[in-house]
Design a protein around this ligand. Sequence first.
Ligand code: SF4
Length: 352
Amino acid sequence: MKNKSFATILLNWHKEENTREMPWKGEKNPYYIWLSEIILQQTRVEQGLPYFLRFKQKYPTVKDLANAKEDDVMKLWQGLGYYSRARNLHETAKNVQQNFKGKFPETFDELKTLKGVGDYTAAAIASFAFGENKAVVDGNVIRVLARVLGVETAFDTTEGKKKFAQLARELIDEKNPAAYNQAIMDFGGVVCSPKNPKCEDCPFTRICVAKNHELIEQLPYREKRTKITNRYFNYLLIKSDKEIVIRKRTGNDIWQNLYELPMIETPKTLKKGFAEAIVKQLGTKQFAIKSYSEETTQLLSHRKIHFRFIEVELTDFKSFSLANAQKVKLNALSKFAFPKTLHLYLLEKSLF
Ligand code: SF4
């Protein structure tokens, strides 16, 4: 298919359709575009929208975000998941402030030097803010191209990545890259959705290879399935009437820089031997186990976390201390950002 006809069909559809208005659509300020793109990576629009508005309100300029405390940024991000995005967001804001005099770089190549900004985000900022002829390639775009053109190369292979990037480059309306990019992203989200695409309302129905060869379910092809690994986190609730023991997660692992309760990670579900494991962790035998929760799970992108919460009462809370942990006042606990399941547990315990 000629790029002109593909782009024309898409742009005409976009003009006629009232796709949802979003605060970042038509935005020219690269800081807000970047903010929205980072928030919307791996996040549904409905979930990301309030976060975008809160960030924009609290940090209206990149300088405001650069000057923020990391704990405050993490707290505002709490609940959105994939927390490395929040750390990169803050680091990149500081980088733009210090090394680019608070002005976002204006080209795709320069934008890509920023941490957390890959091809997709750089193309979005470069085209929307600066009109550069760069095609976005994300899951929506891949799905639309694979189905309309019948591309059978698996998109998660080196060959597939090259192929879809090249097709996207060929098909973009070079005179109107921003409108084209917005149109194909909206089209993938609204019409050619992963499940139950609206083929009856689709301007490509007549020529769409997937539709005409009953390949909608199969396209786009994926080669690898993500392997899920299981992890077993046993959390210890240790508190007095006024204080609770928490710690910051450091190291190169999930939820870096978020807070949690003291935790014992085990290779599988702990069925017995809790007391011994707790003695080892706390370095004392002066405690009583008040309760064990049932095991709950949370699925992350390629990990399944199994949670168990154990309430521990110390004989002498006052003199207790634990390496890398801190006691905080219960009435200050809500200032700290916790991973979702921990946050819900603390809420359930009326500790916020
Ligand atoms: S006809 Fe169906 S599968 Fe093909 S592009 Fe349109 S919505 Fe997607």
